[in-house]
Design a protein around this ligand. Sequence first.
Ligand code: BYC
Length: 328
Amino acid sequence: MYGGGYIPEEEKRKQQHMEEDPAKLAEFEARIDNGEKIEPHDWMPAEYRKQLIRMIEQHAHSEIIGSLPEGTWITRAPSFKRKMALIAKVQDEIGHGQLLYNAAETLGKSREQMMQDLLTGKSKYSNVFNYPAKTWADVAVIGFLIDAAAIVNQVANSKGSYGPYSRALERICYEESFHLKQGHDAFVALATGTESQRAMLQDAVNRWYRPIIHFFGPSDKDSVHTGKLMRWKVKMMTNDAMRNQFLSSYVPKVWELGLSFPDPKLHKDDNGEWHFSDPNWDEFYQVIKGNGPCNAERLAVRSWVETQHKWIREALFNPNAKYTLPLS
Ligand code: BYC
């Protein structure tokens, strides 16, 4: 349903051979215009395949790297209830990575290659996970505002044309809605707590504001892929439209709690469009190139896990392995 199979080499060659065929391309685009889903064995242009692999792979990496900032707070959660919720959430995020790697694999790139490209820095993942989670309030901001931003993006992408990606996202969005509730609950608890809890939360909101603005990608005029991706319904909203939807839904909720954003220019005009100060796109490009505050640490952790668990993968994939049957 979500994927989980490779396209045979012969099939891939056949598809690549046919992709120059204008009649095939017209037929493909007519299916997209018609709102049909494209499935792994259907003909698709090589560029559509390439773009999907890029985006789904980045998304999968974001889920597993994204679990690290919150994951470091499991042992330090302020109560048993919060600890249980956080464990479940982090586990869900890893599951999302699993679903998305499956979906990307249906397009012909192996999981081993994807992991390799993550570790060597060839593949990107979301900018936001390269910032530190310094206090418990950061966990509340991630769970509320980053998950909210992710939902805006993922609900839009789930309506897209590639079957395995859109089905995986539908399921992911159900789970993300729970994450958002737990993030909101933790956020409200701090916002309505003691003076020092409110100050801790305000500090976290101040630090995450810019990375969240960056989360939706460069402004439409600087976006490289949006045009093509929207034509083929891989992306269903532009970066600016998603950012605007997020700001409309969530800025008022933060303001209602008496908190602020560190941007005097942040406001909505009469046409419903949000305006904000220049969010320093140089910082964004530095972070996604690997030069953010935590990029090296995130990849070092992932790399350590990959090495530590090598023996498990080898054991699982060893065709000569003898398995011990359970005794009862
Ligand atoms: N971070 O042409 P553009 C989660 C790159 S995890 C890094 O506009 P596009 C969660 C972009 O890749 C959910 N890079 O790109 C998990 C491109 O570079 P390349 C994460 C970014 O694809 C755990 C260049 O900038 N969500 O929620 O049209 C705990 C030009 O951009 C970013 C996804 O992954 C970024 N933020 O649109 C809690 C969603 N933005 O590849 C929560 C899937 C842009 O040419 N992805 N770049 O070298 C998408 O929907 C789209 O790829 C984007 C960007 C809207 C992000």
